[in-house]
Design a protein around this ligand. Structure first.
Ligand code: C5P
Length: 242
């Protein structure tokens, strides 16, 4: 049983742009530059450090954009419950917590019961491979670890997970359609030789059952970011047969 149904996302809300910028001025420039090509924004730790995080959250909401708060909370259950309860009062569509500790996830899910915000558990960061897991004392291939954490998240009534597109298929098959799968580490032009180690392309993520993808640098670093976002939107629509 899931906490509630997945968000009813329009096709063009399935691209989530990672607004990894140092402050509000740059955030507003990107929102203007991308215009209608992006309707869903992820705001994370870099922006948090500016002191302007919640202003940008309000800026996005005022422009009818969906907001994903990606601060990957991980603490004792009572503390995580507290931040989730507080964020649920803001116009937030997705919020991440780490998917390591079942009691923490349960407390977060309970604290979020009265809000429309969906909680996503981070399974294994897409920047990590099996060697990284081993060096952290975690045995097993990423796929097995991700699947185990996704099952634990669903059991704790968390709404979905963050995982690589490489694991979207196994999770969808194991956990069914009512569980949200959001995939970062997307590289539309193939691996970019950066810090993302478990990357897939746009079409593969959706063919394997992703609800949405997170894309940052492939759009931010494009010669024409708006055209890059539009191309990804087109690829999503084709992948979904629309
Ligand atoms: O620039 P790039 O497309 O790699 O951005 C990916 C974004 O997704 C970053 O903001 C990163 O923090 C986030 N993310 C991730 N892997 C996760 C969870 C979040 O890359 N497992």
């Amino acid at each position: 049983m899931n906490a509630r149904p997945p968000l009813a996302l329009a096709t063009d809300e399935r691209l989530i742009f990672a607004l990894d910028v140092p402050g509000r001025a740059q955030a507003l420039e990107w929102i203007d530059r991308l215009g209608d090509s992006v309707r869903f924004y992820k705001i994370g730790m870099e922006l948090l450090a500016s002191g302007e995080y919640f202003q940008v959250l309000d800026d996005l909401a005022a422009r009818n954009k969906r907001v994903f708060v990606d601060l990957k909370f991980f603490d004792i259950p009572a503390t995580v419950a507290g931040v989730v309860r507080g964020l649920g009062r803001w116009p937030v569509s997705y919020c991440t917590i780490h998917g390591w500790h079942p009691a923490m996830m349960q407390a977060a899910a309970e604290a979020n019961a009265g809000s429309d915000m969906r909680l996503l558990a981070v399974t294994v960061l897409t920047s990590m491979d099996a060697g990284d897991l081993r060096s952290m004392g975690i045995a097993g291939e990423p796929e097995a670890v991700v699947l185990e954490r996704a099952r634990a998240a669903q059991a704790a009534r968390i709404d979905g997970v963050i995982c690589s597109g490489l694991e979207a298929g196994p999770i969808r098959r194991a956990l069914g359609g009512g569980f949200s799968i959001v995939c970062p580490g997307i590289r539309p032009g193939g691996p970019a030789g950066d810090d993302q180690k478990r990357s897939v392309g746009v079409a593969q993520a959706f063919a394997d059952g992703a609800d949405a993808i997170v894309v940052g640098r492939p759009i931010r670093r494009a010669d024409d970011p708006r055209a890059a976002a539009q191309a990804i939107q087109h690829e999503i629509a084709v992948a979904l047969g629309q």
